[in-house]
Design a binder for this molecule. Structure first.
Ligand SMILES: O=C(O)C(=O)C[C@]1(C(=O)O)C=C[C@@H](O)C=C1
Length: 381
């Protein structure tokens, strides 16, 4: 057996050889991209990649076929990356984004629920000068923004305990709106009921399903029956109106106070670290220098490795992906779209090249927005 040092010396020498060949191959990719710019043609040519793979695999022992396939797939993928970046630099019009100036000071902001709902509080944090208008549902918020009645809508997208708010993601796609801001709020639920109620009288606890989920253990321990309402502030308001001592609401402290309920216990969420991320949505895709995050939705062909290939492109750009989740496609059973958030800025060349490559190689891509993420002071603490 050879000494490890000797083997590593050989590995170093081989890697230098591979590096020289890699540089040569990238030069070829540049020539190919110049040719395609002049004569037309897609960067991605699946038939050529298959032909190359089949030819090369003939010369590889069986036990290394999969290893070599991975290497060749990575080589052709970075060759494409190099070509896309070069083409976009030479011809920036290849990626046309309909960018609008950011509205950071909207007149009207619509949100779901009633005053003192968490979305209302988030909307106030984001847009302190705007008139905040409550709506019965998230869909009404999307409708008002699409109609132009509202400049901006504020809705929750994700909770650190209960997870993604799927309905909002579905609405984003359905209404074709864009994210302009993102704001994380610490959520401290309280349990509140009418004057005279106590833990001896209350039997039911009313709230939004997400809030009930965030207090699941507490509700079980206190032997309460959860009852779903459209919103936490709606629950508080309804209980105040009913005067019923057998019912309590899970809501914000502000909602309990606004609707004249007494707080039986504060901070009843199961996890101390309970935060919700809200987004502001608008009819227009906008960007500004300070933006740090981009969101997009994409669909992929139903073939082996397509998700891996799409995600690998993000890694190739050294981009930090901050969120990914899938949703089923309504009209195509067992097919999914993927929602992806990543650190980037639509004005930056690398972000633009990444988006360009993704748009060229996925069946469908829509940019959902460019924005920065703010947090309330309690999240920072
Ligand atoms: O041959 C081409 O058309 C290329 O663009 C080169 C190359 C490669 O790197 O081998 C890259 C992308 C294509 O999908 C196929 C092959």
């Amino acid at each position: 057996m050879r000494d490890l040092k000797d083997v590593r010396r050989d590995i170093n020498a081989i890697d230098h050889e591979i590096l020289k060949l890699f540089l040569k191959r990238m030069k070829c990719a540049e020539e190919v991209s110049d040719y395609k710019m002049e004569h037309g043609g897609q960067v991605l040519v699946p038939s050529r990649e298959t032909e190359l793979m089949n030819t090369m695999l003939q010369d590889i022992p069986d036990e290394l076929k999969l290893e070599y396939s991975s290497l060749l797939r990575t080589t052709t993928r970075v060759s494409r990356k190099h070509q896309y970046a070069r083409m976009l630099e030479a011809e920036p019009q290849r990626l046309q984004l309909d960018l609008h100036p950011r509205n950071n000071d909207p007149k009207t902001v619509y949100y779901g629920g009633l005053p003192a709902s968490y979305a209302d509080i988030a909307a106030k944090d984001l847009f302190p000068h705007a008139q905040r208008i409550p709506q019965n549902s998230w869909e009404d918020v999307f409708h008002a923004v699409l109609d132009g009645k509202a400049d901006i809508g504020v809705v929750p997208v994700e909770n650190s305990t209960a997870g993604t708010v799927n309905e909002v993601y579905d609405l984003l796609e359905q209404y074709g709106l864009y994210i302009t801001h993102s704001h994380i709020k610490r959520i401290r639920h309280c349990i509140a009921a009418c004057k005279g109620a106590s833990f001896d009288t209350i039997k039911e606890v009313h709230s939004h399903p997400q809030a009930l989920r965030q207090c699941q253990q507490y509700i079980k321990q206190h032997n309460l029956t959860p009852v779903e309402e459209s919103n936490t502030a709606v629950a508080a308001h309804a209980i105040a109106q009913s005067g019923d001592l057998t019912r309590a609401a899970i809501c914000s402290e502000a909602a309990a106070r606004l609707y004249g309920l007494e707080i039986l216990e504060d901070h009843v969420n199961d996890a101390d670290f309970n935060q919700t991320r809200f987004i502001a949505v608008s009819r227009f895709l906008s960007t500004q220098e300070a933006d740090t995050r981009v969101s997009l939705v994409l669909t992929l062909p139903h073939i082996v490795g397509s998700l891996y290939g799409a995600l690998a492109v993000f890694a190739d750009y050294g981009v930090n992906m901050t969120e990914i989740h899938s949703r089923p496609l309504r009209d195509m059973p067992w097919n999914y779209c993927f929602y992806i958030d990543f650190d980037g800025n639509l004005l930056r060349q690398d972000t633009r090249a990444l988006i360009y490559q993704t748009m060229q190689e996925c069946s469908y891509v829509r940019i959902l927005g460019s924005y920065s993420v703010t947090q309330d002071s309690e999240v920072k603490a």
